[in-house]
Design a protein around this ligand. Sequence first.
Ligand code: EPZ
Length: 418
Amino acid sequence: MDKIRIVGEKRLSGQVEVSGAKNAALPILISSLLSEKECRFDRVPDLQDIRTTLKVLRHLGVSSKVVGSTVTLNGQSIASTEAPYDLVRTMRASVWVLGPLLARMGHAKVSLPGGCAIGARPINFHLEGLKKLGAQIELENGYVVAKANRLQGARVAFEFPSVGATANLMMAATLAKGETVLEGCAKEPEMTDLGNALKAMGAQIEGHGSDVIRIQGKDSLSGCHHPIMGDRIEAGTYLASAVLTQGDVKVLGISPDALEAVLVQFEQIGAVVERDLKGLSIRLQMKQRPQATNLTTLPFPGFPTDMQAQMMAVLCLASGTSTVRETIFENRFMHVPELLRLGADIQVKGNTAVIRGVESFTGAPLMATDLRASASLILGGLAAKGETIVNRVYHLDRGYEKLETKFKALGAEIERIA
Ligand code: EPZ
């Protein structure tokens, strides 16, 4: 099992290009189920979750070809409408095939994803929404069994702006009969990117990226060629490394708008941030120890839960006491015990962590538990005195492409050891 070894306290500086966004690529690759034509997507990151998605799609009959970061898919003939447990359990987002399969084939049998480290993660909003579009849905032996002669457009109001439910329903509605109005949608930039990809396939969609999305269903979709947006969480992670090492890092290939709430917090704690909206880059310089701050994770455009663990690593070394409130997932503080091993002073009360800033971290062996918690431990190691070993880095490989190569290019002493 791979580990990552870091010798900390190196000041990071330079430029790093972010890869395509994992959380845009996953639904966009899945949307190829809706089209009988060839779809080509550029800037698809080379990640474990992407390879799993292509495996699920191949199982369903969608052929794919990967050349560099360009993925070409062809969903001309769907061979199966069943996504089995042994595939879905390795990546919960596989459940997003439900909407497209129902819309395209009229039936689908998809394993319930089960929970994961950060929470129970039910899919009730997905199922309630599909029922509104006329699907009959049964739960049988851990599977969702769904049928619909043809989905009918309808008004669906989400009680919470769920990213997955928004993606599932947006895709399903593109082939439903008539108009669908989705209200209370997730506004994450990845949803805007999904809507743009669906439009490129000929879907009639407006309002994606806002809380009301209107979709006029079509009988079929065409192929497309669409570039995936940059990964804003990867960008935030590299910028956080500049804060922690009092460095100067410029991330390329990302719009500052995609993570403004994070940039505002970086400025709040004393960083100098340069936003280049045209050139799609962000530069962060940090000249002193960060100040404390208080943050609450919220749906976009609020502070993203996927940056909570990384920001906590920063606040552990700030001067003063900070609070971090996690409102999206019920169990997303698993990085806390590992940060304590580096010398952090954190107390968790319910969904709030109170962080008393300490002067420094001392390197230690650590255990990664989930994707973003692992990123937080890497950041901690980059700031710590001496050596840090992060174990179980397969969690990291789900969401960060060439992480150690990119950090090494910024001046970190970091290597992967088997
Ligand atoms: C997506 O997960 C992302 N995953 C997550 O990123 C991200 O943290 C999350 O959105 C929030 O931004 C992908 O895009 C592949 P939700 P998703 O539906 O769709 C509850 C990462 O690190 N809920 O917005 O599963 C749910 O339990 C991953 O890249 C229901 O109760 O998130 C959670 O508490 C981690 N019923 C909250 O809503 C439902 O039917 C937000 O979930 C659906 C969700």
